[in-house]
Ligand binder design. Structure first.
Ligand code: PLP
Ligand code: ZN
Length: 395
């Protein structure tokens, strides 16, 4: 970083279910009390960290150092992730009768998705905690990102991925010298295989929200959205939701910025929308009251691999973010998400992952229903590049 290295304001972790505090300065996985995700808490008194501090910082997610959990800069494992462009979609806006649509393009991150943020942070902390080997169950992008950051950190990597995932994801993991294990089923089946492989605790398990710090990497999207819009937030954010770390992280960032005094006190926060595929939409089902929770939800594969998460452990946190933000959840069909992927390519020159294409389909639905008004500023959070999905896509 810069000549005068700032200090992380990390204070403690707390259980997302019961609030019990746990140390942020030892290796942690799920909370000891409830076996639920742990959240990082910082000393956020106003003036501890100011927007002006950002001016001379690098254009990566690491510019928010004070509100990130890495303590010693020597442990930072970075490939330049974050500070992705925020693009205005004028052509698509006028096609749908909306005044202002923007898209944050996370496809430009190292390894082609926003998973780079979470895994850069998690692997940096793994290094800080002296881990030697990491393991991850993944729908695709998270495994690729973990393999890359482990290679960069000199750590051993094991990636467990559904067999039906396009080859490009698997081959890229192998390039990074990760051990790749293929499983018949979805990410929850991969998670079961990780449990078996890791019975002796030889590996550090980097599963979504089973360690505290991928969330801290992904939350930087929230800080960036605010900074890139000069601290004026959009009205609505559409987010393709799988495990939910990004959605929960963005909401956490907004709350932290309120505590830091970075947002005007009367400024409304964006309504968050969880977009899923109708092949696997546990959050939509729970949000609509069709099931008490997704503990027994059965999902099917979708072309948008990242959305095929049938039983997200972070579901309570996802639902809280949707409710607190007065947002909503909806599912789109495979045809609709493919049409959205094509529309973004054809009209805007953006080759997005099908997860990002789903956002376009969701926007059309919400506009049609009147849930989004023509004058509102809508931000689409495109989570990945279409490049690796070629096997799944046709023009
Ligand atoms: C993982 C992934 C998602 C889902 O992200 P969560 O933060 O886990 O909800 C969406 N899109 C892409 C491209 C992904 O790789
Ligand atoms: Zn607890």
């Amino acid at each position: 970083m810069t000549a005068t290295q700032p200090r992380s304001l990390l204070q403690a972790l707390h259980c997302s279910q019961c609030g019990q505090e746990q140390s942020a300065f030892i290796r942690q996985t799920l909370s000891a009390c409830c076996r639920m995700p742990l959240l990082s808490r910082y000393d956020l008194a106003p003036d501890r960290f100011r927007p002006a501090d950002l001016l001379a910082r690098p254009a990566t997610m690491w510019r928010y150092w004070e509100v990130l959990p890495v303590l010693d800069p020597q442990h930072q494992v970075s490939l330049g992730e974050g500070f992705t462009p925020l693009l205005t979609l004028d052509r698509l806006a006028s096609l749908t009768g909306l005044e202002r649509v923007t898209l944050k393009d996370e496809g430009l991150n190292p390894t082609g998705s926003f998973k780079a943020r979470g895994l850069s942070m998690a692997i940096s902390k793994a290094k800080e905690n002296g881990e030697q080997a990491c393991i991850i169950p993944t729908a695709g992008n998270a495994g690729v990102a973990m393999a890359a950051y482990c290679a960069r950190a000199g750590l051993e990597a094991v990636v467990v991925m559904p067999r039906h995932t396009p080859d490009s994801f698997k081959d890229e993991c192998r390039f990074y010298n990760a051990r790749l294990i293929e499983v018949d089923g979805l990410i929850n089946d991969c998670a079961a295989e990780v449990q078996t492989l890791n019975r002796d605790g030889r590996y550090f398990d980097v599963s979504t929200l089973k360690e505290p710090y991928r969330l801290e990497g992904k939350k930087t999207m929230g800080y960036e959205i605010a900074e890139q819009l000069n601290w004026q937030l959009p009205d609505v954010i559409l987010y393709p939701t799988g495990g939910g770390t990004g959605l929960v992280g963005i909401w956490k960032a907004f709350r932290e910025m309120q505590a830091l005094g970075w947002l005007a006190p009367n400024q409304a926060l964006p309504r968050l929308v969880a977009v899923q595929s109708d092949q696997c939409c546990p959050v939509v089902a729970t949000y609509r009251g069709l099931q008490p929770n997704s503990k027994h939800y059965e999902g099917r594969p979708t072309l948008a691999n990242g959305l095929a998460v049938p039983r997200p452990i972070g579901e309570p946190l996802i639902l809280a973010a949707l409710r607190e933000s007065k947002g909503t959840a909806l599912a789109v069909s495979e045809n609709a998400l493919l049409a959205g992927t094509r529309a973004l390519a054809r009209h805007e020159g953006l080759f997005v992952a099908p997860e990002g294409g789903a956002l376009w389909a969701a926007l059309l639905q919400l506009k049609e229903q009147g849930w989004i008004q023509p004058h509102e500023h809508v931000l689409l959070l495109n989570t990945g590049s279409g490049q690796k999905y070629m096997d799944n896509l046709t023009v």
